[in-house]
Design a binder for this molecule. Structure first.
Ligand code: NAP
Length: 325
């Protein structure tokens, strides 16, 4: 008998067909109130789940007594209670690697956009307010040759370092759990304590996961360590930053600007104080949002789920302790 999969993310027709060959599929089209009610109804029969952007807590998972595997269409796994999944031997997989380059592109887009004030100045043109050559009041700041500080030197951090070092001649400094000799050699990068990086970097970029340890890692004390020239970029998770402290730092001129793809609460409300500042570029969590990469992520998630439901170890197993072989 086919296993039952609950999808809470739409797949392309070829991927849907692939999944339906192997499993009976219930598709939840949208995670609105009606969709959540449909999810509640489907969970008691589910062997597998595939999707993203849904907090799957124990209360929800308790509705799914037959659940064997969850394939998250994301690399970040902060939406899952990993200990609880492991206790129940539910295999959680994610989609690393396939989104690394695209997410680093997004990071670099925010670096360039904030430094050169692209959105602000493009809006002047669009509003018909470009009436004379721009002067110092509208000048930006250089990117090339400036110091790029990366917090979290993993896959995406390294891809960002590659762009900065080879593309823009930027000295690279980084902070991570542990030094990375291969990265240091490849990009002539140097390890720093968190405080030293915050003081020294012209661009402070967050590329680390949201965990109990990193939640609110960057708050008032850390913004105070940055310089008025610092540009702050967050492409990791919103909750790594104390958003109210960031607003204060922007308003007080403690930092020059912020480029943000992620927020404490998403979607970001139009009444957010962040949007009342002129020096914030906010994007709607688009780190991996290209046609090619989202399809590659979905394909990776389908592979992971089908493997797990077939009793094989998924390639991107997150909670390895849940694997019994
Ligand atoms: P990764 O390869 O696991 O890299 C994360 C790095 O963060 C690791 O190298 C780790 O250092 C470091 N780290 C973890 N906790 C730390 C701490 N407390 N202090 C200092 N460094 C710490 O993950 P990735 O693939 O690069 O992805 C990183 C994160 O980006 C994801 O978890 C996700 O939240 C986010 N992301 C966002 C988007 C978006 O749409 N904006 C897209 C993709 C990913 P060690 O290696 O030294 O342990």
């Amino acid at each position: 008998m086919k296993k039952h999969v609950v999808l809470y993310k739409k797949l392309s027709p070829p991927l849907m067909a692939r999944l339906q060959q192997q499993a009976e599929v219930t598709l939840i089209e949208s995670l609105d109130a009606a969709g959540l009610a449909q999810l509640h109804d489907a969970l008691p029969r589910a062997h597998g789940l595939l999707g993203a952007s849904l907090k799957l807590d124990a209360a929800l998972l308790d509705l799914a007594p037959h659940l064997q595997a969850i394939a998250s269409v994301s690399v970040g796994v902060d939406n899952y209670d990993i200990d609880y999944l492991t206790e129940r031997r539910i295999l959680l997989s994610n989609t690393p690697d396939v989104l690394t380059e695209t997410t680093a592109d997004t990071g670099f887009a925010l670096i360039l956009t904030t430094a050169r004030r692209v959105v602000e100045l493009a809006n002047i043109v669009r509003a018909g307010e470009w009436t004379r050559n721009v002067g110092p009041a509208h000048f930006g700041t250089d990117v090339h040759g400036k110091t790029l500080g990366i917090i979290g030197m993993g896959r995406i951090g390294e891809a960002l370092a590659q762009r900065g070092h080879f593309g823009f001649g930027m000295p690279i400094i980084y902070h991570s759990h542990s030094p990375k000799p291969a990265v240091e050699q490849r990009f002539d990068a140097q390890y720093r304590s968190l405080a030293a990086l915050l003081q020294e970097a012209d661009f402070v970029c967050l590329t680390l996961p949201l965990t109990a340890e990193t939640e609110r890692l960057i708050g008032a004390e850390q913004f105070a360590q940055m310089r008025p020239e610092t540009i702050f970029i967050n492409i990791s998770r919103g909750k790594v930053v104390d958003e109210a402290a960031m607003v204060d730092a922007l308003r007080a001129g403690q930092i020059r600007a912020a480029g943000l793809d992620v927020f404490e609460r998403e979607p970001l409300g139009s009444d957010s104080p962040l949007l009342q500042t002129h020096n914030v570029v906010a994007t709607p969590h688009i780190g991996s949002a290209t046609h090619e990469t989202r399809e590659a992520m979905a394909a990776c998630a389908v592979d992971n789920l089908l493997a797990a439901l077939a009793g094989e170890r998924p390639q991107n197993l997150v909670n390895t302790d849940a694997w019994q072989g």
